[in-house]
Design a protein around this ligand. Structure first.
Ligand SMILES: Cc1ncc(COP(=O)(O)O)c(C=O)c1O
Length: 463
């Protein structure tokens, strides 16, 4: 391993518990279901709401547990989608400057800081081919995630239906269920030859008859994600047009999650731009955390017609009042200067280079993958990996689909953590992705090289 890589790993080692070096710093909060039942009183009044207590052990805690149990320490974490490096200096410096300014340390307006709304409106107006109004068509949120929660809170009444595609970003589920929405799932179908040959992520497809059948008079919203996590697909113009036409015909609000909008390796279409009829129905979701390598800053935004945005802002005000002030200011500087500094071009070039660098290992091993068209995740098909029949999986992993076993196996045998994508499927459709594993490549090159070195160790388990 190079010096930088060694440094990175040992930094983590120094700050981590002895068993969880690379995984400790960025673990997601885990619901401690046992804890709730332990404290439950006789009257039952301390009983938690079903929306949190009924959850099965989540994938993040299983991966962390696997890492703790692995003899391969430290684990190389290719699982979660956080960056292994800092935002560029011009954005970091802007954050530091903002902290020195009195007004940047106080509440921001609920809809966001005027400077950031203007910077976003100015940055996106050229894509929209018209001037976006920063006052009425943009609202700032606490990450894209809270923005989407605000959108569901604004429009969903109990029993309203929301269509989402599988695999889905896991937060959609609870965000839709909180206002009482009913989720209707439509699967994206993996390429038929996914287990034998590498093909473009474009080959994960929607069956439009299936989509049409999922629409009912109660369908209020549909959630799109392009570029897609975890598939890496960038929906084509034709696909978006067909989805948009169905939404216009049935008057369905489109929540277009475009948090990876600056990371595309094929032409990228924004659904809102396809026609005025579609734009009238579309709320576009953005994330400065993804754009500027700062997922911990929690700055996101929603853009769309004033008639939709005003209700989303109202919900956001009630959920968290307003979002982090100094980091909004820093993101404003990011949007103001990114073009002139060539940052957007660089971000695509750098991430594509990381993707290509990492995927070399699959080409070497003869392991097929879905070649991403955007974003920073790659889905690898591991059907060729033969896990020994008597491998000692703990019961809660043994009872999950094969990808959970593969993820556990990878951590134990080669010390690389990745995510089993059936976590992002319903039980009915999980079989579609049970041979796949998701890797995040937004890591330093030395970390990618170390991961590749370890993954070569899979050779002995391949048929
Ligand atoms: C598809 C998708 N949407 C939304 C988000 C959340 O973005 P943010 O960190 O801005 O809340 C993520 C983060 O992983 C994501 O992958």
């Amino acid at each position: 391993m190079s010096r930088l890589g060694a440094q990175l790993l040992s930094t983590h080692l120094r700050t981590a518990t002895p068993k969880l070096p690379l995984l400790r710093a960025n673990v997601r909060p885990v619901f401690e279901v046992r804890f709730y039942s332990e404290i439950m009183s006789g009257s039952g009044k301390l009983k938690p709401a079903a929306r949190v207590s009924g959850q099965k052990q989540d994938v993040w805690s299983i991966i962390n547990e696997a890492a703790a149990a692995s003899p391969q320490q430290p684990i190389v974490n290719m699982g979660q989608g956080f960056f292994g490096y800092n935002p560029p200096p011009f954005i970091l410096d802007a954050a530091k400057d903002a902290l020195d300014r009195v007004e940047c340390n106080q509440y921001s307006p609920t809809k966001g800081r005027p400077r950031l709304k203007k910077a976003i409106a100015d940055a996106y107006s050229p894509f929209w081919g018209r001037k976006i109004d920063p006052e009425t068509e943009v609202t700032i949120t606490t990450g894209a995630n809270e923005g989407m929660l605000s959108a569901f809170m604004a429009f969903i009444e109990p029993e309203d239906e929301v269509i989402i595609f599988e695999p889905f970003f896991d937060q959609y589920i609870s965000n839709i269920e909180m206002p009482g929405g009913k989720i209707v799932y439509v699967p994206m179908h993996p390429p038929a030859t996914g287990a034998t040959k590498t093909s473009s992520a474009a080959e994960w497809t929607i069956d439009f008859d299936e989509l049409e059948r999922a629409i009912t008079p109660r369908t209020k919203m549909i959630v799109l994600n392009t570029p897609h996590n975890p598939v890496g697909k960038v929906f084509s113009k034709d696909e978006l047009q067909r989805i948009g036409d169905l939404c216009v015909k049935n008057e369905i609000i489109i929540l277009s999650d475009e948090v990876y909008d600056r990371l595309y390796y094929v032409p990228f279409t924004r659904i809102s731009r396809l026609s005025p009829e579609i734009e009238r129905l579309t709320i576009t979701v953005g994330s400065a955390g993804k754009n500027f390598y700062a997922t911990g800053w929690r700055v996101g935004w929603l853009m769309g017609p004033a008639d939709l945005i005003k209700y989303v802002s109202a919900a956001h005000t009630r959920i968290c009042y307003s979002s982090v002030s100094p980091l909004q200011e820093a993101c404003a500087v990011g949007f103001e200067q990114a073009d002139a500094k060539g940052f957007w071009d660089e971000t695509i070039k750098d991430m594509k280079a990381k993707m290509d660098r990492f995927n070399e290992v699959w080409d070497e091993l003869g392991m097929p993958y879905s070649e991403p068209e955007g974003g920073y995740f790659v889905l690898v098909n591991m059907k060729k990996v033969k896990v020994p029949e008597d491998y000692p999986f703990p019961p809660h992993v043994a009872s999950r689909p094969r990808d959970f076993k593969l993820a556990w196996f990878l951590i134990q045998e080669v010390g690389v953590a990745a995510i089993p994508p059936t976590e992002f499927y319903t039980a009915k459709n999980a079989h579609m992705a049970e041979d796949y594993i998701r890797f995040a490549v937004c890591k330093d090159d030395d970390v990618l090289e170390e991961a590749k070195r370890r993954l070569r160790g899979l050779k002995k388990y391949m048929e």
